[in-house]
Write a protein that binds this ligand. Sequence first.
Ligand SMILES: *[C@@H]1O[C@H](CO)[C@@H](O)[C@H](O)[C@H]1NC(C)=O
Ligand SMILES: *[C@@H]1O[C@H](CO)[C@@H](O)[C@H](O)[C@H]1NC(C)=O
Ligand SMILES: *[C@@H]1O[C@H](CO)[C@@H](O)[C@H](O)[C@H]1NC(C)=O
Length: 471
Amino acid sequence: MSSFLLAFLVFCAIYTSEALAYPHISKRQDQSIPLIRMNQGRKTLEEKAAWARRQADILLAKYGGGQTSAVQKRGSGFNDIVNHNQDSSYFGSLAIGTPATSFNVILDTGSADLWVASQKCTAGCHNIPTFSGASSSTFKNLSAPFKIQYGSGAAAGYLVQDTVQMAGFEVPSQTFAVVDQVTTGLLTNPVSGLIGLAFQTIASSQATPLWESLVKSGQWDEPLMSFFLTRFVNVSKANPEEPGGKFTMGYTDPTLYGGEIDYVNIPQGQQAYWTLPITSLVVQGQNISITAGNALAAIDTGTTLIGGPPSIIAEIFAAIPGSAAGTGDYQGYFTYPCKTQVVVQLSFGGRLWSIAPSDFLLTQLTTEECLGAFFQLEMGGDSPAWIVGDTFLKNVYSVFRFDPPSVGFADLSGTAHDLSVINGPLPTQTLNANPSSPTTELASSASSRTTYSFSSLFHASAFIVILCILL
Ligand SMILES: *[C@@H]1O[C@H](CO)[C@@H](O)[C@H](O)[C@H]1NC(C)=O
Ligand SMILES: *[C@@H]1O[C@H](CO)[C@@H](O)[C@H](O)[C@H]1NC(C)=O
Ligand SMILES: *[C@@H]1O[C@H](CO)[C@@H](O)[C@H](O)[C@H]1NC(C)=O
């Protein structure tokens, strides 16, 4: 691993923390926060290979391949994760405590716990903005141990309660974890933790997730959350941080999509991950058949790629002339001719949605050979057979609806497409991104926006990148 540590020195953003004079937050019924997307930056082939190699392990850890049930109901800290990977994630911000301090957190529809680094952190939190219970008058330490186990690392701490605000909403006594021991390299600026946006059923902490508290207490106009995620995978000069899109709670943003939202219900009793069956898979115009036992997919903003049953992934590439199974580091992946514009389309029971060829192209290996973004993932037990991550989600406006439990997709609008521009303005850390109510911004004024300086080196496994995928 240490060679990786050296290999992966990357410039990373450092969060210049500001004293956050905390203004009054007016509650609205529909709020949104901007997402910053951690871009993949420049990668060597070796780095890409190592990253690729890890994806299956990471997802197996996250979703529990093999014998273990996917529905991890107890706080067993089952998320075995590998602290090494190279693709992107999407994070937003939330604020904790009284007075409130804001933190960047990965937004993850594939898990259900909220956790942030502690100021008392003794390992692995160097340069990370951390949370201090002592400086919050509303803080309560539940002193119940909490641990998340990753493939090659872990984060451990205690469950606590405090006021948590996000997107203009507030939950007074939210249970979450404050971690004080993190495997080195797991956490890096400017991300301090992760918020799980899946159902309580799979919360290791067993706590009601913030989003579920909000929706159940009727705080949302509509019982749903939505995402628009930007694309920079095919922009070679993209900065490590670029505008990431928009996450909304309680409403959908009509400026970001067109037409109807095509909702598909989550199968009865499956409210754990946000799962839908894949009912149709078309590659270069050819139908690939999927049996019912192989169809269930978790729709996961916290996963970068798309993992699926090995035989079906092989069939996908069989429909692409010149493709070949990857070997070595690329085991489980397939290469294909870069000149081929691959269009994969997916349906979950409603419309057929296309994935842009630029999302299918994970990375270029040689002048002719490219690596596809679909990889073989052998899930077992009750785990979903597929993990459908950002490779797909960048192509649609996605809506996660609590009631009736369903996931919906719609076409992105021209406005949304225009937002994937390089060097775009980075969002401020806000509780409410509605520009018409600036008083709700956490930062005291537009000019006091969070600043990032590219001065910090971090080793190998960028937490951001890892978390993006994993948890
Ligand atoms: C919570 O309590 C435990 C001991 O019970 C302590 O080790 C931990 O540091 C506390 N956490 C915070 C954030 O104060
Ligand atoms: C990236 O891909 C998208 C979707 O295919 C395309 O619209 C955009 O022009 C591409 N950007 C670059 C820089 O190639
Ligand atoms: C694929 O199969 C569906 C039915 O499952 C059918 O409606 C559609 O026409 C087929 N498409 C192609 C390209 O064969």
